[in-house]
Design a protein around this ligand. Sequence first.
Ligand SMILES: [Zn+2]
Ligand SMILES: [Zn+2]
Length: 393
Amino acid sequence: MTFDPSLSELADEAKTWRRTIHQYPELLFDLPKTAALVTEKLEAFGCDEVVGGIAKSGVVAVINGTRGAGKTIALRCDMDALPMLEQTNLPHASKVENMMHACGHDGHTAMLLAAAKHLSANRDFAGKVVLIFQPAEEGGGGSRVMIEEGVLERFGIEEVYGMHNQPGLDVGSFAIRSGPMMAGGDRFVVTINGKGGHAAYPHLCHDPVLAGAQMIVALQSIASRFTNPFDPVVVSVTYIEGGNASALNVIPAAIKIGGTIRTMLPETRKAVEARFREVVSTTAKLMQTDAELDWRPGYPVTVNDPEKTRVAAGVAQSFAGADRVDSDWPATMGSEDFSYMLEKRPGALIWLGNGDTADLHNPAYDFNDDAIIHGLRYWVTLVDQQLNGKTDV
Ligand SMILES: [Zn+2]
Ligand SMILES: [Zn+2]
């Protein structure tokens, strides 16, 4: 296999972009500096179309191949940072207090920019490549908003590919899993309305505290008695509010409980939500109270398409070697908003080794610049194989 020597020079250049982006982290949908840097570079590279302002700060670029009609595939990265204080003491550390690129989205952005530069100059492929730079992965569902604003139809996207760095996985190694690979996460707050009164006369009240206690216990039966033990489900009640510690002789009129639910299969997610609603309303009724449910849907289960997973693993193997690609990487209970795109189009998310670094979302974390060349090779080899049928670059 041969490599274009300019790819390593390009990776060095991308390292400087990555460090610039790292110094000016921005949050959620509000990424004026990052989006401006991305747009300016994509225009300078000569992409055929560069469209900004999608989901506020999202940017999409199109690069047409010179071999005529063919498939349209999308390569997606995220650009947003986290609201936390960086503690790396690195020369390129964040210059913005309480904002930090602690998930490596600076590296993801730089690698996709590098791929855009290479592909703009090397268009020997059929069809077109759409590069998606999305905002608000960290809790805002930027991917969902880009879909709602029509990004998949507007650019004729047929397949979607994503990449995320993984601390603990060697630099130069990749990992992937077919099917569900990250959990779906939903949140809930239940207000239990009863009838308050004097605690010495409970028969004259409808006690929401006792109803809440019953409900918390009953909810634990979902994971232990309702779903298959081989299908992971987490139901965690993490919040209780009610009553008053300086009025211990008063049964309150209402209390609140809240928490989160994680599931690994889309059908289990639906079934668990239905069962959850049933347990909440019947327990409330049993205890002569009413329950008001505030259901807050989170990111869906991230499901890799089996065929595209084979494509992605094959691409990584073609340059990294078979022993550096783990195709059976364990699923995690974390969530990722690329899942919205994978619900709409076949594709796959692959883990890129970040080496022996601090974990994601840790104040000591930094994206590993040595990983850039491997991520860049993945993107350009993927395009070459998917739009050209070639097996190496
Ligand atoms: Zn993150
Ligand atoms: Zn992330």
